[in-house]
Design a protein around this ligand. Sequence first.
Ligand code: AMP
Ligand code: ZN
Length: 113
Amino acid sequence: MENCLFCRIVRGEIPSTKVYENDQVYAFRDINPQAPVHVLVIPKKHISSIDGIDEASDTDLAACLRAVRHVAAQEKLTGGYRVISNCGPDACQTVPHLHFHVLGGAQMTEKMA
Ligand code: AMP
Ligand code: ZN
């Protein structure tokens, strides 16, 4: 995906603050953090959203969740954290490349939407 923002970040064409990387995934700090810790975990292979996961391998999908866990530990989110993946316009997805927001570092409210 030539012009996809997150594909360009994976390729290093747009700068980002890397938190974690392996063969399948890349994790970096959100440019507009909504919690003391706000990291985005993305598959390196372009997938549009959870609606597009039929295109993804189980290995890549599992790697995303394992990376979420890794990032949470690395960022010392011992009190807990929230994982969000916005999918489509009703959820206000703005970047059409699958990503998992990892939010933590402060007490959150029970309200999720
Ligand atoms: P979503 O609204 O769920 O699609 O989330 C997209 C997220 O990407 C937002 O939280 C943005 O702040 C974040 N974002 C957009 N551009 C960048 C960038 N260049 N580097 C890091 N995060 C970004
Ligand atoms: Zn992409």
